[in-house]
Design a protein. Structure first.
Length: 303
């Protein structure tokens, strides 16, 4: 059995009835298992994690997209998170008995179907990108929906498949195969966005200089509903950088500005080895194998 992890991001994090409709559509469409749903009012975004065989993942994504195109109007959407589509991004990651090539092939199949069924311009990113400049999601999404809908999508903006105009209410969609990613956010106890912006910029600087935080992407977010700000990160090389590495860096920078940490949050799901790596890093313990985790021996395949 081949299993793929798919994490479709929808531009809706406030209307519970729409979130429920998205979940229901995907759960009813196929045998893919919906294993997590993380939503945020300030981001105005819903991140759903699916696990299933390739065909089941495809059917679930198409069903979710149909609901999103019907119920989400980006002309009325306001949120802190960058986005170009009602179905904003659809990443696919190998989970079990599956290769990156399998995910690339499925991403192209899903992209073509999204374009044909819903008239969505589709951009392929990461490992599915058809050009080097399309690999980076931030580059593809630059300017957001508001910029995308202003004029025909030609030249650098031309989609890989689909029409050369943004869908009037649902925008466009980014689809692609990628490696494991940890979405991890740290909240700051201040309403001033400047410290979060400075810390996010410092993370990017350290990454670009090659002096640490390999593959960590960061941006600053206002959490208006909670009276906080946030350093939102994507850890794209979890084999190199642990959650604790990111947290401790942000904590140190915040302390230098006399700002308290107001908690942190994990979006979506995480691999067990990433949790172990973070734990070991936090207490300066050499990395331990899962065989030294007692619970791992209780699993059926280990009995």
């Amino acid at each position: 059995m081949k299993l793929i992890q798919c994490v479709p991001n929808f531009s809706e994090g406030r209307r519970t009835e729409v979130i429920g409709a998205l979940r229901g559509a995907m759960e009813n469409a196929s045998a893919a298992k919906l294993i997590d749903c993380s939503c945020d009012r300030d981001h105005n975004r819903c991140v759903i994690t699916l696990l299933g065989e390739p065909e089941a993942i495809r059917d679930a994504v198409i069903a979710g997209a149909a609901t999103a195109v019907k119920l989400i109007d980006l002309r009325e959407h306001k949120g802190e998170h960058p986005r170009i589509g009602a179905v904003d991004v659809v990443p696919l990651t190998p989970a079990l008995n599956c290769t990156m090539d399998d995910c690339i092939a499925l991403s192209h199949e899903i992209g073509r179907e999204l374009a044909e069924r819903f008239g969505l311009p589709v951009y392929f990113y990461e490992q599915s990108a058809r050009s080097e400049q399309r690999k980076n999601l931030a580059v593809v999404r630059r300017g957001g929906f508001e910029t995308l809908r202003e004029s025909p999508l030609v030249g650098e903006r031309e989609p890989d498949v689909g029409p050369q105009m943004a869908h009037p209410t649902a925008g466009a969609v980014v689809v692609g195969a990628r490696g494991p990613l940890i979405a991890y956010n740290v909240n700051l106890n201040t309403q001033d966005i400047t410290p979060a912006q400075n810390i996010a910029a410092k993370i990017r600087q350290v990454r670009e200089e090659g002096s640490g935080l390999v593959g960590v992407k960061a941006l600053a977010i206002n959490l208006w509903s909670r009276g906080l700000t946030q350093v939102s990160t994507n850890i794209t090389r979890p084999e190199c950088v642990s959650i604790y590495d990111v947290y401790s860096f942000i904590e140190k920078e915040a302390e230098a500005m006399e700002i308290e940490i107001a908690g942190s949050e994990l979006i979506g799901v995480i691999r067990e080895d990433a949790l172990i790596a973070s734990f070991c890093s936090s207490i300066n313990l050499p990395l331990i194998p899962t065989t030294r985790i007692l619970d791992s021996w209780f699993r059926i395949d280990n009995l």
